[in-house]
Ligand binder design. Sequence first.
Ligand SMILES: Nc1ncnc2c1ncn2[C@@H]1O[C@H](COP(=O)(O)OP(=O)(O)OP(=O)(O)O)[C@@H](O)[C@H]1O
Length: 677
Amino acid sequence: MNCICILRKTICSQLPTSTHRFLLQSEPAQVLKRNLTSKVKNFKLNQNIGRIDRRNAAYLLRHTTWKDLQELYEIARPFKKWIFLGTSFMVLSSGIFLIIPRILGKLIDQFDSNRTTPSSSSEEEITMKIAKFFKNHPIALVELLAIGALATAAKVYCLQLAGVNIVGSLRKAVYSSIIRQDMTFFDKNMVGEIGSRHAADTVIVGYSVSSSLRAGVRAVLVGVGSVGMMLMTSIELSTVSFLTAPIVMGIFKMFGKVQQQCTWQLQEVAADVNQTAVERMANIKTVRMLSAEQQSIEEYCKKGELILDISKTEALAKGSLIGSFQFTGYSAFSSILFYGSHLINTGHITYGELSSFCLYAVLAAASLSNISGFYNEVMKGLGASSRLLELKNAQPAMNINSGIRKTDIRESIRFENVSFAYAGRKSTLNNITFDIPRGKITAVIGPSGSGKSSIASLMLRLYDPAEGRITVDGIDLRDMNATAWRHAIGTVGQEPVLFTSSIRENILLGAEYPNSINQNQLETAAQLANALDFIQGFENGFETMVGEHGCKLSGGQKQRIAIARALVSNPKILIFDEATSALDATSDYLIRMTLDNLLKNHNLTVLVIAHRLATMEQADKVVYVNRGRIEGQGTFEEMMKIQFSIVEQEAKKRGIPMNEQMSRVNTPVAPGFSLKF
Ligand SMILES: Nc1ncnc2c1ncn2[C@@H]1O[C@H](COP(=O)(O)OP(=O)(O)OP(=O)(O)O)[C@@H](O)[C@H]1O
């Protein structure tokens, strides 16, 4: 069936375009392609995993600019020594392996006593002399082969090293750029997408640079060399061989494209299936609690079925491609041998020349298939590298390493008519003005979503205000060095975030110069955070690994490590966002004690986002934020009036008598109740 189709395709190529198009409509490749397209469409609709990037070579090429190539060259420049060495070894090994069939052919002729065709050209004379030499010194032939093999090994080593280094530099540059982007960048782009783009694209570029480029350049060298040698050996036989080239190209165009599309689709679907599995496994507790095991299995299997469907189409296309190649390859080879025997009989070529020709034809065919793969891989690599360069060259709106290095406060931090909105959102903070006096505790309170954490983010200069300004002793925060300023502030977030490393590494993340922190300082920070006892209780102490996102620790332990991290570099300013999630009574008590100690005994300037009445009570100043506006500020006693009326309303809504409500004032209050207003 496939052979008939190939023949039909060959015949079609000779027909007028309209007839050709008509016949092509019924081709199996078209059927395969249609099947695939409908499957992918269904996949997109049903599975809703987002856009499927077909990574078409022409599309990728269009998106690769001259500037990208120049930039890639700049990245590769430090490793040019390896590239040069690798290329030299490649030329040497390709040269040796190209000349061997010719020499072998002449050697055969040396042994052929009936040889009739005399050598004519000077090249033939030289080759004949070399062949005679190898006939007398067969060991030298083995040595030549060994040199070729060594050159190949050296080529692989040098080019692989260059490739790995180039990709390493690119990866480092892209990661450094991503990690330095301002928060708006991460609000606009999905972290998962950037992460996978970074990971997947570097793998593609890596493969392209280290493997495809090497194999491709070699394929071009050997391909061109083999064709040259074929022509040199016999023009007549070359003509017969080249006649099969359009057929081979046609087959490749027909089935190769479908197969390639399937491969890309499979990568996308497999990534999605993998992501589903990893997500469910990472959140196994939630899956268990929701009894969602069966649902997870069904979802996994449904996506898995799609892999099977696409794989079937791929297998069909692959089988057709290989079968067709085999048919054309053997047909061409038989024709060469058949016609070659005739040429030997008529005295046009020798047995040796026919043998050489056959070896060169095999080399040329192998190179042809490598070249087409190489083209696609390199185009994919270029496309991936231009996406990576886009990330590498993204300019953060905020330069975090320049400006006045101010790390202390003499008077106050002041929000002056500050308005702010997140990208794509309506205004979050509206014209707010208040002071955070030096050495005092300022508590920000307000309903959920009112903008309390946004105030903390602005104070850390994670964002700049849209209007108004924030000043430190009169200096605009925008004129200050953001990195130095953030190092001066210890921050404890509402939900403590720990990284998958040891307790020591997690605490040291808070230090500007981690290497300068000694064990004593580390223990003092842990002691202040009420964390030393439990850390020392672990078998590995500070070296204990906390697990993914700190999953091997309790909520309270995580909070206390986060406090130790905030305190390790002895900050003058502290931002403390009280946890709203329920902690067990002991943890809650310990954290409250920690905070009490810090607030009482250290001359810190504190901004606390308070959710407990007890914390508010300790504050020198309370700022009440509602819907992004400041609706009141003053001492705790002054603010109690506002707070009391709000608590009263809340209690009424829930049908709780006021005396019961007020009895909670000096105890940790249940989250989401009185202080969530
Ligand atoms: N990165 C963000 N992108 C877009 N909108 C955001 C972002 N972060 C917060 N918001 C929105 O800004 C508003 C204020 O959020 P913020 O976190 O400052 O409130 P909050 O008072 O701290 O709330 P809570 O007490 O629940 O922590 C909310 O409406 C929230 O949805």
